[in-house]
Design a protein around this ligand. Sequence first.
Ligand code: FE
Length: 128
Amino acid sequence: MLKEEKAKLKQRLTPEEYNVCVNKGTEMPFSGEYWDSHEQGIYHCVICGNPLFSSETKFDSGTGWPSFWEPIAKESVKEESDNSLFMKRTEVECAKCGSHLGHVFSDGPKPTGLRYCMNSVSLNRTEG
Ligand code: FE
């Protein structure tokens, strides 16, 4: 659950950010800013700035969404079971503010075998 009030976020966020971060939507694949990005940097929560992922763990998943095999710290994200859309999935949220980030799947590369499939609009990358 998001710590900031939805009404405040509606004013602050773009409609696309609101749909994904607050309403747990999914951006169109191959549409976001980061799916094909190879720049170095740290990916932060677009709402609260919590550091979530490093470019060091980003990989080309072929899905059209930015994908990582590990969060920057175990405590930086929160995982919740998601049984919507007739699928058993694990939702990933920002541990600090509760913003929806995406889902994690167990078909990722070594060393973790995990694939954190994120929405670009939930993230904001900064250098270093
Ligand atoms: Fe956050």
